[in-house]
Design a protein around this ligand. Structure first.
Ligand code: NAD
Ligand code: MG
Length: 350
């Protein structure tokens, strides 16, 4: 059987590990390269178990850079799953050497959507983010409006959020994910990223968000003739990951569906008081410089929160205040780097 080759950027993370699990179950896919950060033990284990040809990190490598790894492997598919601004850089490196970008790193579309889409002219861009995979699967030319759902994160049930600790925030009610995105779910800054991601992918600005605690409806599209198509299934990242790998086919087998009733169809409005940065993010979807600042300030603030240097509610405050100070026009990646750097300085001085 002809094998499709896959490189995973962020192989030891939540998305990376689940991608490896999916590939183990699919026939005809081979991991030829992995990139990861500091997690040497797990990285070594993956390299052995999957018989990976090329690997790169600061602690374990047989090539000198991510670019060299990509050049040596020229894989059919790159799964981009490094979080934050480092993920943006590696995503841009990847598209020079592959035919398909399976994109988990939503930060790349947030910080550089128009540039990434332009650079992907000859590369298929398939979303891995569950809501966007859902919309991608049900989208057609008659769509007027998109709905994506949100869990509300760890603070959904709390009224007083000011003094919540990193430990409390890192317990996500629906998904088991990396630290950064788990904190971003609690502020719903992740959902603001996702509204921007949807705006870039589907080129519509009519995007609604509702809180949906069971996470079983991932998204819906509202068509011009009055039809609503919804995407329903368990919140399990292996499903969108496998779709991004095997599209347009569905080759992953998982005979397990949620019950079609009651609580799996409960939706409520997002509270502006609880999630101020989400509403701010929705307002700046067309302002690329502010989007870069939004991402940069969030990265700085989330790190400060995880190190217990700031209180939870200050994450949103730092992000909004930083964006308010940034104005400008982004023409190329250099501009993105410049605004990113400036926004980090502003956020760090908070
Ligand atoms: P994670 O923290 O679990 O894993 C991150 C991976 O990237 C690890 O392998 C880590 O070693 C590697 N990494 C980090 N910094 C690196 C660097 N500088 N160089 C090389 N490797 C580096 O993160 P995650 O939850 O898997 O999320 C990855 C991306 O996918 C994020 O952009 C996130 O927003 C997106 N995403 C995640 C989920 C999810 O369910 N986890 C869902 C949708 C989207
Ligand atoms: Mg998502």
């Amino acid at each position: 059987m002809v094998e499709k080759t896959v490189v995973i950027l962020g192989a030891t993370g939540s998305i990376g590990i689940q991608t490896l699990d999916v590939i183990k179950k699919l026939k005809g896919y081979k991991v030829t390269g992995v990139v990861f950060g500091q997690n040497k033990k797990l990285g070594e284990k993956i390299v052995k178990e999957y018989n990976v040809n090329f690997y790169y990190s600061q602690v374990l490598s047989n090539v000198s850079s991510i670019e060299e790894l990509l050049e040596k492997t020229t894989p059919d598919i790159v799964v981009a799953a490094i979080p934050g601004f480092n993920g943006v850089i590696s995503t841009f490196q990847a598209i020079k050497f592959t035919k398909r970008l399976a994109l988990a790193t939503k930060e790349a579309l947030v910080c550089a959507g128009p540039l990434l889409k332009k650079a992907c002219k000859d590369v298929e861009l398939i979303p891995v983010d569950s809501e966007h995979s859902a919309i991608f699967q049900i989208f057609d030319e008659n769509v007027e409006k998109i709905l994506i759902t949100a869990s509300g994160g760890a603070i959904r049930e709390y009224d007083n959020i000011e003094n919540l600790t990193p430990k409390e925030i890192l317990k996500h009610p629906v998904w088991n994910m990396g630290q950064k995105i788990t904190v971003d779910s609690s502020t719903m800054i992740n959902k603001a990223f996702e509204v921007i991601e949807a705006y870039e992918l589907f080129e519509l600005d009519t995007i609604d968000v509702l809180i949906h605690p069971t996470g079983t409806v991932h998204g819906a599209v509202f068509l011009k003739d009055g039809t609503v198509k919804i995407h329903f299934g368990f919140p399990d990242m292996k499903i969108p990951i496998s779709y991004a790998l095997t599209y347009p086919k569905r080759m992953y087998i998982n005979l397990n569906w949620p019950e079609f009733k009651g609580e799996n169809f409960i939706f409520t409005e997002v509270s502006e008081e609880k999630y101020p940065a989400f509403f701010y993010g929705k307002k700046i979807i067309k302002d690329l410089a502010k989007r870069v600042a939004f991402n940069a300030a969030d990265e700085v603030a989330v790190n400060m929160f995880l190190e217990s240097k700031i209180k939870f509610h200050n994450i949103s405050k730092i992000v909004i205040d930083t964006c308010e100070k940034i104005n400008g026009k982004i023409r190329d990646l250099e501009d993105v780097f410049e605004v990113d750097k400036l926004a980090r300085q502003i956020a760090n001085n908070f």
